[in-house]
Design a protein. Structure first.
Length: 727
């Protein structure tokens, strides 16, 4: 194989590369197959948002400005030309001192986005200069983007391009028609960059990863260009979009652009494609669409099994312009900004979802259905390898839902190796996340989790088969928050049979979670019924009726349906999102829920102290005998002394511990202290094998008495506060 060239087309994220091509390159490394990758999204953005790019932009106006805002931006073009280069360098982390000038608010030209400014000093404090400047610089870029949309290219968006052409496109007609039109302004930039790369790499196989509808149009533009000008190069599409949307593809016109479209895990399908490109007589394929005699054919005749997750290699980010990504802050919220601020290495703890029951989710598809965890030691090996290669120790685990038991083992392994990393992931809010487990995760570098609360209604959570209750979610989010881990909740409205009362009650639950300080961020999205979910497959069980059974020839995923309640859930969108925006900024908790809507809503039936009551502490004396006990603190300094009481003398011991923040001491009788010193060594995080609670209890009772009195005594409770954890 001469070379494989893999790209992500515009646009995904500005701050970090989408990981699909890095996963593919990592796999090809294990096969010694040369591969090159590129994120054309960030490269187009950097070309567009440069001095030369803006000069070209302001002289290539297709539609004369109509709004006062666009006219103002055009009038200030010299200010934009003067500031764009230093601002981009600042957002890349290369020009940090510019923050002081930006924060004085007389450096950047300001248009309509700046009218939305909150009280930034309140939001960022007096020391948050860098973040405040990032937020202002983000507004500055969004002003320019508004100008582009109005005057140059209506399809432009920072994280998507021409998304409407890929969303719910069960017919290929509209996209096909758009591809017959002349190149747009953004197309021209994209193609010029792609042309240079194709001529440099000179690949035999060109891979285009399409994760989202907002990448689809650009993916076809790239394929169209290569097919026309380099007809000997074979072109394949894979990724999240075809995996969900193109499973029933039958439109032959798609293959005017692509030679192959693969589904689900890409490693084995890609290996078979490479064999085919090298040898045309090799006609064995894995989950691949091809065109034969003018008809779209799905081929899955490979007898080989998919690769295990331990065999696919470590993602390889080489070739990507890691130092050139830009960090932006769109919303003044410390949890929410993590999606757009900072460079994260992407990894996975487990393939698929260990729960795999949620009725709104595509649980029938392999990427969720096939659950396969990776060994903790291998995960941490990959962490260390990536940190060394990229120079970044921040990791975003992109699991459907990271398994609590595996998270525990990964955290223990990180602590055993004494390495410094920062990481976050997606979870289910299940009761396994005890206070002690959250403390362990925090100690290993976990700073945030995101999870699906979905509809904060126990009836609907049961219908969804989420496996949690609102009360349970409250306790889990409290455990994370008190451990110093931020929490983001995905929220849903418009689920089948959801009543107006349940929507309002759900909002009240969310309000209370934010007011209690146990939720830091959230996002409402409206329910969408998909063909691969239980709701889509068995709509009659959920009180919905499909509008049509006719499948399109192109993308088939979203289903048009009618809810038997007849409720128009669209009208709740603005009020839900506006209230959440304020709650995320820690304000407006005292507003009546009616204040968020311009139509009459029912009064909530949720008690105003529901969440606070759910959080009432209950001391749990029921520890499983098999529970593991670990000490994540250090070795104590020991002092002996004698204590006298009523004429009797007792040999005592004082153990002084030093952690990163403070020092603390406990006093204990010598006999129990001697046992505790030995046991702390056995329970230390550095040991590969952890002791269970029953073993510790039996060891104590061999020579001493009253283990329960000892275990729940003040000195041991102090140790529990500082890192004696039961897992």
């Amino acid at each position: 194989m001469k070379n494989v060239f893999a790209i992500t087309p515009p646009f995904t994220q500005l701050n970090t590369p989408y990981p699909a091509t890095a996963y593919i390159k990592g796999f090809l490394n294990t096969k010694a197959i040369p591969a090159t990758q590129a994120d054309l999204g960030i490269e187009v953005i950097l070309e567009l948002f440069s001095k030369q790019g803006l000069q070209s932009l302001f002289t290539t106006i297709i539609q004369q400005p109509k709004s006062d805002n666009a006219k103002r931006i055009l009038a200030l073009k010299d200010e934009y030309l003067k500031t764009i280069t230093p601002v981009i360098a600042f957002l890349q982390g290369k020009n940090p001192t510019l923050a002081l000038s930006i924060c004085q608010e007389d450096f950047l030209p300001e248009a309509s986005r700046f009218a939305q400014l909150e009280a930034l000093d309140l939001a960022f404090g007096t020391m948050g200069t860098q973040d405040k400047a990032k937020h202002l610089a983000t507004l500055y870029l969004e002003d320019i983007a508004d100008f582009i949309v109005e005057c140059v290219d209506e399809n432009f968006g920072f994280s998507r391009y021409a998304e409407r052409l890929g969303r719910s496109a069960n017919s290929f007609d509209e996209l096909y028609s758009a591809l017959k039109k002349p190149h747009t302004y953004i197309d021209a930039i994209l193609i010029s960059i792609l042309k240079a790369k194709i001529e440099t790499v000179d690949p035999s196989l060109f891979l285009i990863s399409v994760p989202f509808p907002g990448n689809l149009y650009a993916a076809f533009r790239c394929a169209q260009f290569v097919k026309k000008h380099y007809p000997n190069i074979k072109i394949a599409m894979g990724g999240g979009f075809p995996n969900t949307e193109l499973r029933s593809l039958s439109d032959a016109r798609v293959f005017e652009f692509f030679d192959f479209i693969t589904l689900d895990d890409g490693e084995l399908p890609l290996e078979e494609l490479i064999n085919h490109v090298e040898n045309a007589d090799h006609n064995t394929f894995k989950r691949t669409f091809v065109l034969e005699n003018g008809i779209v054919v799905y081929k899955n005749n490979s007898a080989k099994s998919d690769y295990k997750q331990s065999e696919v290699g470590t993602p390889d980010y080489s070739d990507l312009l890691l130092d050139n990504y830009i960090s932006v802050i769109e919303i003044v919220n410390p949890m929410h900004k993590m999606w757009s601020d900072g460079r994260w290495n992407k990894l996975t703890m487990a393939h698929g979802c260990y729960w795999g029951k949620c009725t709104f989710c595509d649980i029938s598809l392999d990427y969720i259905k096939i659950y396969e965890p990776i060994a903790a030691k291998l995960i941490v090996d990959r962490i260390q390898e990536l940190a060394e290669k990229t120079g970044q120790n921040g990791f975003h685990f992109v699991d459907e839902a990271a398994p609590p038991a595996l998270m525990r083992e990964v955290a223990l392994e990180i602590l055993r190796r004494n390495i410094a990393v920062t990481w976050w992931t997606n979870i289910r809010f299940e009761k396994s996340f005890t206070q002690d487990l959250c403390v362990l995760l925090k100690a290993s570098g976990c700073i945030a989790v995101s999870g699906g609360l979905e509809v904060a209604s126990d009836r609907l959570l049961q219908l969804i088969d989420k496996g949690v209750t609102v009360e349970q979610v409250a306790k889990v989010t409290r455990n994370f928050t008190e451990s110093g881990i931020m929490v983001h909740a995905y929220l849903m409205y418009g689920y089948p049979t959801q009543t107006i009362q349940e929507t309002i009650d759900s909002l009240e639950m969310v309000r209370q979670l934010f007011e209690a300080g146990i939720l830091q961020s959230g996002f409402w999205h409206q329910f969408a019924m998909t063909v691969h979910s239980p709701v889509g497959m068995y709509p009659e069980k959920f009180g919905v009726v499909k509008a049509s059974e006719n499948l399109g020839t192109f993308a088939n995923n979203d289903i048009v349906y009618t809810d038997i309640t007849g409720i128009n859930h669209d009208k709740f969108s603005f009020g839900l999102k506006k209230s959440l925006y304020n709650f995320m900024h820690g304000i407006c908790f005292d507003y009546d829920l009616q204040d968020w809507f311009d139509f009459k809503i029912p009064t909530t039936k949720i008690a105003s102290d529901f969440i606070l009551n759910a959080l009432e502490e209950t001391t749990d004396f029921d520890i499983k005998p098999s529970a593991k006990v670990v000490w994540i603190g250090g070795k104590p300094v020991v002092d002996y002394f004698t204590k006298s009481k009523k004429g009797n003398s007792y040999q005592m011991m004082q153990l002084t511990f030093h952690d990163k923040k403070e020092s603390f001491s406990i006093q204990i009788n010598k006999e129990e202290g001697d046992w505790l010193l030995i046991m702390l060594q056995k329970m230390a995080i550095t040991n590969d094998k952890l002791l269970n609670f029953m073993t510790i209890k039996q060891d104590f009772e061999t020579n001493l008495e009253n283990f329960e009195l000892f275990w729940y005594s003040k000195p041991i409770n102090t140790l529990k506060t500082y890192g004696l954890l039961v897992l």
